[in-house]
Write a protein that binds this ligand. Structure first.
Ligand SMILES: Cc1cc2nc3c(=O)[nH]c(=O)nc-3n(C[C@H](O)[C@H](O)[C@H](O)COP(=O)(O)OP(=O)(O)OC[C@H]3O[C@@H](n4cnc5c(N)ncnc54)[C@H](O)[C@@H]3O)c2cc1C
Length: 363
């Protein structure tokens, strides 16, 4: 029997596996396609903050950005490249946001040539996504298998009727949910990244209409997650790779002039976002059982999450949007501390917030 079974070996699953293995736990990592076979394997994996004016998401990403920059540099320097990041405004509206950002941020701002559009330039980083995920997964036992059933019997979780674990972490990204709880709804957004050969030299990471990596040995990467229509599990038509390549190249060309371009590799995957854009970290509410508890008032502005019934010894980590590699080390630390020492998870991250909103709307 495993102490902890993690389902999904994307950056969220492997970050938890790494934290918990370091704490001496026997961890099994299940993934139907292997390590980083979902969104994580497609990511450009830029480590950057959110360049917006305010809000809960900006705050957590700011904290997570600082945390993950130091974390990757210390723990995985061989898979982490420090690079200057130029975030260029797309339009006048974003010019104003970036001016505000620059006036209020505590990050060091680097000099940059004046341009028509507002630019924020900071020290940031890029991860070698697949290599990092594989390295993080090393300390766990990897089981390449789809998990289709999870059953709790006699105080133990049974996985596909073949394996048992004391605790479960669900880290399945935007793919089909294993436990169908109606209040958990995640949006899958399809992304595409291309590696190109080009004679154009680009010294920095650039984010504007798409993300462009610095060039190395005559190659650079261009990526974006923007396709809300295609889903690998539900779409009837295959994804049009050529159309995706053309769109990425056209958008990148609006920022830098790319010469002698040849696409050499495509990476594609789904990223998963929640409906309030904040990630989901923590225990899962048993909706039917909780609704039957007549002492709970669901029509309240201040729900008490402690009143709800939860799946025993089961948590989830998901909904990182376009910032999975920025958030994962920080969220994995929060989740591991909750699992190991019962340290409280901020309410704004707990999946229970979606149950509270869903239950409030019920007739
Ligand atoms: C093109 C692109 C560019 C991106 N760029 C960046 C970036 O620059 N910076 C950044 O921070 N983020 C970026 N992202 C977002 C980032 O990739 C995601 O936030 C992150 O990968 C989410 O990780 P995850 O572990 O939650 O999900 P995933 O990586 O999707 O992992 C989920 C895993 O669960 C497995 N799985 C699902 N269901 C089951 C099951 N029933 N049984 C077994 N296994 C199962 C899947 O096979 C998959 O491997 C980008 C995403 C894309 C697509």
């Amino acid at each position: 029997m495993y102490e902890i079974a993690i389902i999904g070996a994307g950056i969220n699953g492997v970050s938890c596996a790494y934290e918990l293995s370091k704490a001496g736990k026997k961890v099994a990592l299940f993934d139907k396609g292997g390590v980083a076979s979902g969104g994580s394997g497609a990511a450009g994996a830029f480590i950057s903050p959110k360049f917006s004016k305010a809000g809960e998401l900006k705050e957590i990403l700011h904290t997570a950005f600082k945390y993950s920059m130091a974390y990757y540099e210390k723990e995985f320097p061989e898979h982490f490249i420090k690079s200057k990041l130029l975030h260029i405004a797309k339009d006048e509206k974003e010019d104003e946001v970036l001016r505000f950002y620059k006036e209020h941020t505590d990050l060091e701002l680097l000099d940059v040539e004046k341009s028509e559009r507002e630019i924020v330039c900071i020290n940031a980083g890029i991860i070698n996504a697949k290599a990092l995920c594989s390295e993080m997964a090393k300390a766990s036992e990897l089981i390449k298998e789809e998990v289709s059933t999870l059953e709790y019997k006699n105080g133990v979780w049974h996985i596909n009727e073949n394996y048992t674990a004391k605790k479960i972490i669900i880290a399945t990204g935007a793919y089909k949910q294993i436990l169908a709880e109606p209040y958990i709804q995640l949006r899958g957004i399809w992304g595409h990244r291309i590696e190109i050969q080009t004679s154009t030299e680009n010294p920095h990471s650039i984010h504007q209409f798409v993300s462009i990596s610095p060039s190395k040995d005559g190659k650079l990467a261009i990526g974006a997650t923007h396709n809300v229509h295609y889903h690998p599990e539900t779409s009837s038509e295959p994804y049009d790779i050529q159309e995706g390549r053309d769109e990425l190249l056209e958008k990148a060309s609006a920022t830098i002039k790319l010469e002698s371009v040849k696409v050499i590799k495509d990476y594609m995957g789904l990223r998963s976002g929640s409906f309030d854009y904040m990630p989901l970290v923590g225990s899962l509410v048993l909706s039917q059982e909780t609704l039957q508890n007549k002492s709970i008032h669901f029509q309240t502005k201040k729900p008490n999450f402690n009143e709800y019934s939860y799946y025993p010894n089961l948590t989830m980590i998901n909904g990182s949007g376009g910032y999975g590699f920025v958030l994962a080390p920080y969220l994995a630390k929060i989740l591991s501390e909750y699992i190991l020492s019962d340290t409280e998870i901020p309410k704004g991250l707990q999946p229970a917030r979606f149950f509270a909103r869903w239950a409030k709307k019920l007739p």
